[in-house]
Design a protein around this ligand. Sequence first.
Ligand SMILES: Cc1cc2nc3c(=O)[nH]c(=O)nc-3n(C[C@H](O)[C@H](O)[C@H](O)COP(=O)(O)O)c2cc1C
Length: 560
Amino acid sequence: MTIVPAHTECASLPIERLGREAILEVVANEPSAPTNADTIIAREFHMATSYRLAPIAENPERVGMGAPDEIGSPIWQEDWSIEPRPYKVYLDLRPIPLPRSFAPTRMSALDALSRRGDEPSATGVPDLQALARFGRLSNGLLERGMSRRQGQPIEFRTAGGTGARYHLELYFVCGDLPDLEAGVYHYAAQDHALRQLRRGDFRGALVTATGEELAITHAPVVMAMTSTFWRNAWRYKARAYRHAFWDAGTSLANFLGVSASLELATEVVLGFVDADVNALLGVDGEREATLALCAVGRNATPAPRVTALEPIAHATEPVSSAEVTFPQIPRMRAASQLHSRAEAAVWRGNALHRSLVVNSASLTPLAPTETTQLTIEQAILARRSTRHYDTARRVRFEAFSTVLDSSARGFAADALAANAPPLHDNYLIVNGVEGKEPGIYLYHPGARAIELLRYGEFRQQARRLAFFQDYAADAHVNSYYLADLESILERYGNRGYGVVQLESALFAGRLHLAAHAVGLRAVGSTSLDDEVVEFFSPRAAGSSYMFVTVFGFRRSRHEP
Ligand SMILES: Cc1cc2nc3c(=O)[nH]c(=O)nc-3n(C[C@H](O)[C@H](O)[C@H](O)COP(=O)(O)O)c2cc1C
């Protein structure tokens, strides 16, 4: 691990242009296999950042991180004097204030969560009000529930985040909007304002960087989401790279819910030339790097070309006075890059279609009949993480069904096939649902049914898997996301690692909001990686743990 002095942002190389015909020609000559086929790096990263039991006499529940023969502490958090700031603060740019109150939308939260983003009815046009909603409701401050850590206030965000170690930033690359001139803007959570990083229409730079992805070409606005890894790695070491994609998926669940409620078309775009997008935003790509783009809205006319891109280097406040590098992060990041437009276009061109095994004799159809009066903005602003569940109550089967069904319809994304099953499998530990025997189930979103794998009372195993956190035992349902990493890496290269983490977390983020919408509560968790896979085996054999969210009826903290 290396300690380096903090410095301000710097931009990298300008983008050179290729026309669409030239791209297609290059693409036609490219091999269709992933170009970064050396996926040992992702597999080693997963192993090096896996949590496993490392008991000692004084603490039989001690958890460590790493490969079995190289287990270290899972937490860094050693030097509070360099605790990172949770905000990116531009020093010299004028804030453009955003509206703080929003007219209520009409769509129910459950409908908004069920949208994929590519519905023909999504004909809305983004404006400043929409950007204000996106900023506030997917990466802004909750403006309530402040608490303290080491005497310092924590300002919670509208989207949950691992350990409240917030590290995401949002940027908007806009053409001329009805009430905002074209430019590249940063959304600042701390003062709920935009700052203009570039003036003029630079969407064409993203068209090029994505290898002419159609949704980007015709989007009036493209959102770019970055992570400043150190802001999370300060506590979680290299596992922060996983968290980057978990938290991005969680935040995108909010973002897509908001866009659906405004009838805005969206496509999440994960195939892009990293260096070119980072240069456009003026971020260094090492300490702060782009994780995902999202095209917002549809224009008939394509974005104009950008022929030259000057570097930008707006001064920012240092994140902390010194930073620690955990080498697994830059290694994984470097191995996941796309280097050319042609590579980006090929990478997304052949989405994985999994064929699933369904044991129809053990299927129970869901009954997703629950409704809600809440809008998505109400659900987001009411959402918090809940760690106390009422084991005396049972969740109605209809509510359980609705939470699962409205959170698993998928989302339009460049690298994911529409109408294909998700990249992950969703295993459930059911502890307290009316009419359902406790046990382990596998959810099949396509069949809108759950498949029984094993009856049994697994509360204590649930607690152990979720890092010995009691709430997993008490919660009515534990919703585990696992994936066959091998086939995903084979198809998407090392970049597929982030893709499947983000996809799983986005489903889980929607599940959290859907739980709120039907009067339940939820919380994400981290887990003992390999033990999770063993627990769900033989069905899950060969899979890897991605993520878990639990949900159920809240118990007041003061009740016994
Ligand atoms: C990806 C993810 C993993 C999380 N893991 C845990 C966990 O293991 N234990 C826990 O108590 N909370 C966990 N949380 C909840 C966060 O601590 C919580 O989101 C954060 O403190 C902000 O609080 P809020 O969700 O109430 O806004 C997780 C949240 C997310 C999004």
